[in-house]
Design a protein around this ligand. Structure first.
Ligand code: ATP
Ligand code: MG
Length: 254
């Protein structure tokens, strides 16, 4: 599904990502972990076209995508969420999700819409789909509400619903459980599992090691922009270099 080869990105003297290579097979949950500043978000920004690589190649479903713009990648059914909430607070929950369908310029959805007479029909189809997605992520009770009246945990799931509105084959989630309590984190874990079960390939950045260990098929560990380790959850959990990189902290008790 996704192939990363020798990917690098520097900001002045900061080598945020350095010569990173990995492959994500179709249908898996592939997690990227690492201490703060390790380059995880930069990696996502490179894959999703927000940053241009300094060096290296990115291939999506066999096609080279390095340097393509985010909207072009969205049309190729790559979707993402953001570490810091990117929600329009003055819009309703449904409207926020509808934006996702437009961002994705989902050709199949739009083809469906334009069979309807006029824009009102198109809006109705798009709105119905957005409501469906909000229910899917467990936000049905917020459907009619303004985003600014939703709790933080629900806004994190709203972001996932918006990403799904573009009908992705691959979904990149940047810390979907950040700031959530244990119950909410468990709900997000179940949601990610449900998405993976539906066939969407997931690339996950997350600091909650319990969630990562429970859900991942494979884990890549970044440290100072470089690949430190890659393997099965059990291999990563017991890897001495990984434990040292985390100084025990986040790996403790996992
Ligand atoms: N636009 C930018 N300009 C300059 N430096 C940047 C930029 N984006 C990231 N960096 C630097 O690149 C390094 C990696 O940052 P990045 O945000 O990718 O880390 P991260 O692994 O996502 O960390 P966290 O777990 O805290 O989210 C950091 O040193 C950061 O300051
Ligand atoms: Mg980050």
């Amino acid at each position: 599904m996704l192939k990363i080869e020798n990917l690098s990105r520097s900001f002045g003297g900061v080598h945020a990502v350095q010569g990173v290579s990995f492959e994500v097979p179709q249908g898996v949950v592939y997690s990227v972990i690492g201490p703060n500043g390790a380059g995880k978000t930069t990696l996502f920004n490179l894959i999703t076209g927000i940053y241009t690589p300094t060096a290296g190649h990115i291939t999506l479903q066999g096609e080279s995508i390095g340097g393509m713009a985010p909207n072009v990648l969205a049309a190729r059914r790559m979707s993402r969420t953001f570490q810091n909430l990117q929600v329009c607070m003055n819009l309703s929950a449904v409207e926020n999700v509808m934006i996702g369908a437009h961002l994705g310029l989902n050709s199949r959805l739009f083809a469906g819409m334009f069979r309807w007479p006029g824009l009102i029909g198109a809006d109705r189809v798009c709105r119905a789909r957005a409501e469906e997605l909000l229910a899917f992520v467990g936000c049905e009770k917020y459907i009619g509400l303004q985003a600014n009246s939703m709790p933080y945990g629900a806004l994190k799931r709203l972001e996932i619903a918006r990403a799904l509105a573009a009908d992705p084959v691959i979904l990149l989630l940047d810390e979907p459980a950040a700031g959530l309590n244990n119950t909410e984190t468990h709900e997000v874990e179940q949601l990610i599992q449900k998405l993976a079960d539906s066939g969407i390939t997931i690339v996950l950045v997350e600091h909650d090691m319990k969630l990562v260990m429970n859900i991942s098929d494979s884990i890549l560990v970044l440290n100072y922009g470089k690949k430190l380790a890659e393997g099965l959850p059990e291999e990563i959990r017991t890897n001495p270099e990984v434990i040292t990189a985390y100084l025990g902290g986040e790996m403790e008790g996992v």
